[in-house]
Design a protein around this ligand. Structure first.
Ligand SMILES: Cc1cc2nc3c(=O)[nH]c(=O)nc-3n(C[C@H](O)[C@H](O)[C@H](O)COP(=O)(O)O)c2cc1C
Length: 265
């Protein structure tokens, strides 16, 4: 999980933990791998993390958050940042206290997934809260939550004044969103090419069949909403070998090559 390609810089390593000293030990060891930034996870809502006092559970204690940032920003030689949610639940929306504790103790940036831990992924993200944080925070604010298409990037920036936008789910199956292209604007030929490239990278990275197994959930997203691709979608999702995957992609590419060029695409 700590491997990266130098061209991916700036690289951020994120830590989840519940105890400030343990987090510091982890951060010091991580520094050897030369990340550009260490980030503290205060947003993860899954039980195996938040049930152990880590991730979003840290939001319950702004004082502890202060201690973590104080320790790390003093002891590390690289910037320390944090990713938060708005609070544990709607009765404890303490994002102001959390951001205050962070910035008073050396945090260099805050990323805000604008939901509570209890909401997990339910309801709409509350962009108004990002605007509120941006209004008082003295550190840069990254807005996050429900940016689903290119137009949403400008919409979030306009509505919240945030310094940058973070995109998660909308990038799965559409990495082109980072070059400001919605999935509908990407041609099937480009998608097929990306499927090949992504599969090859997965196979090179993971041992055995694991790369192929993990790739299935990505391939579904690449071909979701591709007009006329229902049959191909079904076959790709159930393909069991690399050869099978590749022959489906090749067949789709050959079919595309046979189609007359549309003078008015
Ligand atoms: C597959 C997946 C893995 C994620 N892993 C992390 C993680 O390790 N750390 C983190 O802070 N957020 C993680 N998130 C949460 C996202 O960073 C983000 O806050 C959330 O998905 C809302 O943004 P979105 O609407 O753009 O998806 C993950 C989300 C997804 C879908």
């Amino acid at each position: 999980m700590l491997r990266y390609d130098p061209e991916e810089r700036p690289v951020v390593f994120q830590i989840f933990g519940a105890d400030p000293v343990t987090i510091l030990e982890a951060a010091k060891r991580l520094q050897d791998f030369r990340p550009d930034i260490i980030d503290i996870n205060m947003g993860c809502s899954v039980k195996k993390v938040s049930g152990k006092g880590a991730g979003a559970a840290l939001l319950k204690s702004p004082a502890k958050i202060g201690r973590i940032f104080n320790l790390l920003s003093k002891e590390l030689s690289i910037p320390v940042t944090g990713k938060i949610r708005l609070g544990w639940d709607t009765d404890s929306l303490n994002y102001r206290d959390v951001v205050q504790a962070m910035q008073e103790n050396g945090a260099r940036l805050v990323a805000v997934h604008s939901r509570t831990k209890k909401q997990a992924y339910k309801d709409s993200a509350n962009w108004q809260a990002i605007a509120e944080i941006k209004n008082f925070a003295q550190i840069p604010v990254i807005g996050n939550g429900d940016v689903t298409c290119v137009a949403d990037i400008a919409r979030m920036k306009n509505q919240t004044g945030c310094d940058a936008v973070m995109i998660a789910r909308a990038a799965i199956g559409n990495p082109w969103i980072f070059s400001r292209k919605d999935a509908a604007e990407v041609t099937l030929a480009e998608k097929l090419q990306m499927i090949r490239r992504h599969l090859a990278a997965n196979l090179a990275f993971y041992d055995g069949d694991y790369g192929l197994i993990l790739f299935r959930k990505h391939v579904v997203k690449y071909v979701t909403a591709v007009h006329g691709a229902r049959e191909m979608r079904g076959r790709l999702v159930t393909a069991k070998t690399v050869a099978e995957f590749e022959s489906i992609v090749t067949e789709a590419e050959e079919n595309l090559a046979k189609q007359p060029v549309n003078p008015h695409p």
